[in-house]
Design a protein around this ligand. Sequence first.
Ligand SMILES: *Cc1c(COP(=O)(O)O)cnc(C)c1O
Length: 425
Amino acid sequence: MNSQTLFERSKQVVPGGVHSPVRSFSSVGGTPVFFKEANGAFLTSVEGNEYIDYCLSFGPLLFGHRHPEIQEVVEDTVRKAWSFGACEPYSLELAEFITSRIPWVEKIRFVNSGTEAVMSALRVARAATGRNKILKFDGCYHGHLDQLLVKSGSGLAGLSSSDSKGIGPEIIQNTLVLPLDDEEKLEELFTREGSNIACLAIEPLPANYGLLPQRIEFLKKCRELTTKYGVILLFDEVISGFRVSFQGMAGVTGITPDLVCYGKIIGGGFPVGAYAGRRDLMDLVSPSGPVYQAGTLSANPIGMRAGLKTLTKAWEENPYQTLETSTKQLTDGILKLLKEHGDPNWEAVTFGSLFWLKGKTEKPIRTIDEIPSTHKTNFATLFHKLLNRGVYLAPSGYEVGFLSTAHTSEIISLTLEKTKEALKD
Ligand SMILES: *Cc1c(COP(=O)(O)O)cnc(C)c1O
């Protein structure tokens, strides 16, 4: 087996050869690597080559691939059941674990992806307010639901048109879009439209169009105006939840959202999403309320128990400080090597265990318009050099990198050795 042949075959039967666009390497060029196995910080390709993984399935694997304790729980669950479509204790345990540790999560509903979570949360917000308009921000990605696939990030980042075909104007006529980092525009819009807006949806740590940490003042303004105008504040913490701290960005900033969405880490690497928040809002959801939402495989026991094990470890071991230190060790090392090899124009944006390598800018950037225009091609060159030497980054300059607890100091040193070789190539 080799990746090239598999990709050729795949393109015959799957659109673009992939089941999610960024995987295709369309942003960096070349043929995607096909992997057959993963363990800890490592991926093994079908050719048998090893890669140190800094993509980590785009975020879910806080403890690396197949952490033994999580694997044990998964195997134990498989022996008992893999779907009930009925009540079971496993989702209850996960729900209680989260609600007892995150005060603003009074009730939670599990779904199967981040997209589903956001889609359902918007429905609740509209039902609660009786309003139709939704406000989102340029470059924030909330999954591929029609209403928010406007000026989006992730696989759409860097494309000339950020909108998807197949979404009629009537579907997005109630979607308002503002740039990040601009309190004045926010204030202006709320003065004009505040009483028509059901929901302000934001990634409190925008991480799908590069990594664009916001000023606390801007996030506070979001909370202030939504409270003043009776708008639901939705924090999309699908990436940041359980990643930047157990309580996510809401915990880090001390800003309390009305609704919050989770995904990625919450399922420990299995397809789980959740929407959650204020009791009065969540009680609007069927069957206790009039907002319909359902799922055949929702609260799947394997995802629930893998999620609970992952979150229990995160809560008990509190790996966040260590992860942040490792991330700095990695990015400082890479930047130093780049500089030594005559390429001093890189810098790293980091936040906890998230990192983004980008071209130097005069000041920290917080909106997508400030991303240097040469970024995409510069990243593609660096990406392929590292890939050749066995370091796997997310295959797009607009995706962020992730670390896990499996990325020990030794593995980071190994990464830097490989980087050194790569830059000589
Ligand atoms: C990944 C992501 C989503 C979508 O989650 P899926 O599970 O891919 O549907 C939504 N919002 C944010 C912030 C994300 O990072």
